[in-house]
Design a protein. Structure first.
Length: 312
């Protein structure tokens, strides 16, 4: 009976360990499958976003090039028109001044005409120098305003990109933390259920075995006492049986405790692996979001600069 009880105890412990191992393996396989599926979906979404960004960048580059060509053509036409107008004005003004100078020279005298011609030439040179200075000041002011507008647009785009990257990183971190907490709770629940089941099974087996051994010992002691009429021998046999039952129960409880500790260690390892993997995926997602936001900010800054150049 002791051998049968020990065999039953070993089979129960092996069955409990096998069940815990199968449940842990199934949970790990299911978790790995879900992680792989989620990773595949994220990679597909990232690839789609990359293709969309590439297409948008090509379209914006084509639009920027077209706008640049149009601006160049318009600037050349305006420059040609301005040069032609300035030439006509200068020719008209020269004709008028020449006629006036001729009339004035004719009325006043040759000497006075020469003096007035010299004065008119000096005045014209002074006016041209003043006009050139004003043109340079206007050009310098326009360049400063364009640089300030471009810097402001770049700062706004950078600020917006940082805010979007921070929001995306925070969202990814919260999702990863939530998932890690759910996995930890599931692992802890599985650990507690496995430990409780193993402890309960070991306790029932030990109790059953102790009762059987106590009954057998009592029966044997009773037969010996009746046969030999020796109460001391019966008491001694009962004490030995009780002591042996307690030792075997303690050994079974210790074995169950060790099994539970091993199951808890395995669950803790799985929890740490899941948490580590979740943190790595969260970091990768945050880095990807930051790179996308940076790229978007650069594209917006380039588009703003191109638009500003077109408006200028």
């Amino acid at each position: 009976e002791a051998a049968a009880a020990k065999l039953a105890e070993e089979e129960a412990a092996a069955a409990a360990a096998k069940l815990a191992k199968e449940e842990a393996a199934a949970a790990a396989a299911k978790l790995a499958e879900e992680e792989a599926q989620k990773k595949a979906e994220e990679e597909a979404a990232a690839k789609l976003a990359e293709e969309e960004a590439q297409k948008k960048a090509e379209e914006e580059a084509a639009a920027a090039k077209l706008a640049e060509e149009e601006a160049q053509k318009k600037a050349e036409e305006e420059a040609a028109a301005a040069a032609k107008l300035a030439e006509e004005e200068a020719e008209k003004k020269a004709e008028e001044e020449a006629a006036a100078a001729a009339k004035f020279a004719e009325e006043e005298a040759q000497k006075k005409a020469e003096e007035e011609a010299a004065a008119a030439a000096a005045k014209l040179a002074e006016e041209e120098a003043a006009a050139k200075l004003a043109e340079e000041e206007a050009q310098k002011k326009a360049e400063e305003e364009a640089a300030a507008a471009a810097k402001l647009a770049e700062e706004e785009a950078q600020k917006k990109a940082e805010e979007e990257a921070a929001a995306a990183a925070k969202l990814a971190e919260e999702e990863a933390q939530k998932k890690a907490e759910e996995e930890a709770a599931a692992a802890k629940l599985a650990e507690e259920e496995a430990a409780a089941a193993a402890a309960k099974l070991a306790e029932e087996e030990a109790q059953k075995k102790a009762e059987e051994e106590a009954a057998a010992a009592a029966k044997l002691a009773e037969e010996e006492a009746q046969k030999k009429a020796d109460a001391a021998a019966a008491k001694l046999a009962e004490e030995e049986a009780q002591k042996k039952a307690e030792e075997e129960a303690a050994a079974a409880a210790k074995l169950a405790e060790e099994e539970a500790e091993e199951a808890a260690a395995a669950a803790k390892l799985a929890e740490e692996e899941a948490e580590k993997k979740a943190e790595e995926e969260a970091a990768a997602a945050a880095k990807f979001a930051e790179e996308e936001a940076q790229k978007k900010a650069e594209e917006e800054a380039a588009a703003a600069a191109a638009k500003l150049a077109e408006e200028e």
